[in-house]
Design a protein around this ligand. Structure first.
Ligand SMILES: [Zn+2]
Length: 225
């Protein structure tokens, strides 16, 4: 069995085509209050992304200022026909800033699972609010220990909790994107950097990043869904 290499799916360096929210159609936010601690109150987007893309033509993969990732329909078809696993798509809208032309996009949601960050990374749960489910994890000290192959479900796209915005991918994803010359995306082996200061991470809950039954399936026993 060959050793699988992993990458992070990220924006190309110096990316000039970061999509902005369409101010004419602001998204709606579900407020999550906390009966115990006011500082826990937060919002969770509960409507599709609606974006304005500054470049024309748009790239195949488009990132937003909030690090959301959108893929054009053509990319979704490539991923599906190549049999890549560990992702789903959520409805989204986007248009070209200059012309107003709409682009067929969907938000990429990573559903593959790389498990909980191993203890060796330094990340531990340090707070769990019984009132609102707010979670806090200690900081990442050893990023190189994030992937534990035994925790990985084998998906081509996967996340490791509590770092849901880091989209880990298999070598196959890199190869497929290269072969199809997919634009707007880069692959890096520079793992998230160690945090030297700060309190750590408050990623919210798994269900903020995936839809349908997946968060419950993965996270219910861990209490993070
Ligand atoms: Zn709370």
């Amino acid at each position: 069995m060959s050793i699988t290499r992993f990458y992070l799916l990220c924006e190309p360096e110096g990316n000039q085509c970061i999509a902005d929210m369409n101010e004419a159609a602001p998204y709606s936010v579900e407020k999550i209050p906390c009966p115990i601690e006011r500082g826990h109150a937060r919002g969770r987007r509960n409507s599709p992304l609606d974006l304005v893309v500054p470049c024309d033509p748009a790239l195949d993969v488009v990132f937003t200022w909030m690090s959301e990732c959108l893929i054009q329909e053509s990319v979704r078809l490539i991923f599906e026909s190549e049999g890549l696993t560990g992702f789903s798509t959520l409805p989204a809208r986007a248009k070209i800033k200059k012309t107003g032309t709409s682009i067929p996009v969907q938000e990429l949601a990573v559903t593959g699972w790389g498990g909980m960050a191993p203890e060796a990374t330094g990340m531990r749960e340090v707070e769990r609010c019984p009132g609102c489910g707010h979670l806090v994890y200690s900081r990442l000290e050893a990023p190189e220990k994030l992937i534990d192959i035994h925790n990985w479900d084998g998906s081509d796209f996967f996340i490791i909790w509590p770092l849901p915005r880091f989209r880990f991918v298999s070598e196959r994803v890199v190869e497929v994107c290269k072969r199809h010359a997919v634009t707007g995306v880069a692959f890096s082996q520079n793992w998230p950097t160690a945090q030297r200061e700060g309190a750590g991470y408050s990623p919210g809950r798994l269900s903020y990043y995936m839809s349908r039954d997946r968060p419950r399936l993965l996270g219910a026993t861990l209490g993070i869904d």
